[in-house]
Design a protein around this ligand. Structure first.
Ligand code: KG4
Ligand code: ZN
Length: 427
């Protein structure tokens, strides 16, 4: 969608949908408050943050405490509705977020047994994402913070994916993080909570997008076991019984002396191969190609090889520039595509070869959710960084569809002219 059309949509939909948003009833709030007064006598009080996520097609909210315990959460996915339209339709996403957000936040609070008054802060995804999706969470989070007189913490969605692991495991800064999702493919050096550098980024389709579009072209929805799966899940599922070497997919950009990602060539090769086979086997309508499992396995292998090679170059760059302590080389992998077991195993081989420790959150926390936003808020709350207390500052917060996570080191990577002596091998 063109930027101007998008802007018009955002203006209209925010105007029409947001006044319909209601807030937590006072009765609910008082009930939780009364409950907490009695329990507060016996237990030391822990810091509490509510997180709200609406950057794409998931409406999520959660309450976490300072120890990373999830006290309550709710997540409502729009996946099945968008599946019927062959992709995310922003105005539909906007309407569904607006219809669901009150219930999602109330449910997360109810499950946590925490009242709005007991929260220390409210964190909300403000960037990057679909404008029509972001605007719902941003407006609701801000209004909630202002009405309850709570600090507001604006959250960068990709930073939240990167930090989720620290809720579960002891992963100290600095570390390298590979963020792979429906909208991004990024290699980032996380130095501190406020210091991020991009080592590699994507110049076209993200891996999740390439998987989703590939699955659509292969008509995987028509296979009963795959009918409710997202594209990446369906390809991983079918690839288990396929031959990854059955079809040749060119590895993008491995000869380049940088860590840039590009998945459109792989997507195009898949499309051309499917067209050729469909003609040859006279497949039309909703019928599935007999080679579907081999195609899934080969496509997944192509995507994985690209991810692994660019990450290997990033590791060499880091070592040459001395950007991570040698005794503690750490790779974190997160984002929806990080659910993929095959990709995890390939990255695990890479980490063994390069002397890295590998961490990834459990699949439930790799895909979008409110927990990661609440945890990012908690990290910032504990570090006293990026918190807005003042009414005018909170009111001034907007949303951004695009926003780099940090400074871009791509030119420096190129200048260094990385050479790889031996590529990691996987099957
Ligand atoms: O992080 P996420 O939930 O949303 C974005 O921020 O984009 O990622 C969604 C993406 C989708 O493209 C989906 O196909 C992909 O994650 N995904 C997977 C798997 N599960 C979800 N990709 C590969 N293998 C999976 N098992
Ligand atoms: Zn995401």
């Amino acid at each position: 969608m063109k930027e101007s059309v998008m802007a018009a949509y955002v203006g209209n939909f925010c105007k029409f949908t947001l006044p319909r948003i209601k807030f937590l009833s006072r009765v609910d709030t008082y009930c939780h408050y009364a409950k907490s007064i009695t329990s507060a006598v016996s237990q030391p009080r822990k810091q509490l943050v509510l997180g709200i996520e609406t950057s794409c097609d998931d409406t999520g909210a959660a309450v976490v405490n300072e120890d990373g315990e999830i006290l309550g959460e709710e997540l409502q996915s729009q996946h099945k509705i968008h599946l019927l339209h062959g992709g995310i339709i922003p105005p539909i996403a906007n309407r569904l977020h607006a219809e669901r957000i009150v219930n999602v936040v109330n449910t997360a609070l109810e499950r946590s047994g925490v009242s709005l008054n007991e929260l220390d802060a409210i964190a909300t995804t403000v960037k990057p994402g679909l404008p029509l999706s972001l605007c719902v969470g941003v407006q609701y989070g801000k209004k909630l913070a202002l009405s309850a007189n709570k600090p507001f913490i604006p959250v960068h969605h990709m930073e939240a994916h990167a930090l989720t692991i620290r809720m579960i495991e002891k992963v100290e800064f600095p570390f390298l993080v590979l963020l792979i999702s429906g909208g991004h493919s990024l290699l980032v050096l996380a130095r501190t909570l406020d210091d991020w550098s991009i080592i590699g980024k994507c110049i076209d389709d993200a891996p999740g997008e390439a998987l989703d579009k590939g699955a659509r072209r292969l008509k995987l929805r028509n296979i009963p076991e795959c009918s409710s799966m997202c594209g990446g899940q369906a390809i991983e599922y079918l690839a288990r019984e396929g031959n990854p070497r059955a079809f040749e997919f060119p590895t993008p950009m491995w000869r380049y002396r940088d860590c840039t990602f590009s998945f459109s060539g792989l997507k195009y090769t898949l499309k051309r191969t499917i067209e050729k086979l469909e003609k040859e086997y006279e497949i039309d309508g909703g019928r599935i190609l007999p080679q579907v499992k081999d195609l899934c396995a080969s496509y997944q292998y192509g995507i994985t090889k690209h991810l692994v090679r660019q990450t290997q170059k990033a590791m060499v760059y880091i070592e040459t520039r001395n950007l991570l302590p040698k005794e503690n080389f750490t790779l974190v992998v997160s984002g929806g595509v990080a659910c993929n077991q095959y990709i995890r195993e390939a990255l695990s081989l890479l980490c063994t070869k390069m002397g890295y420790k590998l961490f990834y959150p459990p699949p439930k926390l790799c895909t979008d959710n409110g927990i990661m936003i609440a945890w990012n808020g908690m990290e910032r709350w504990k570090a006293k960084s990026g918190i807005l207390y003042n009414k005018d500052d909170i009111e001034a917060v907007g949303f951004q569809s695009k926003c780099p996570i940090g400074e871009d080191l791509t030119e420096d990577v190129r200048t260094l002219g990385i050479k790889i002596k031996s590529w990691v091998k996987f099957r």
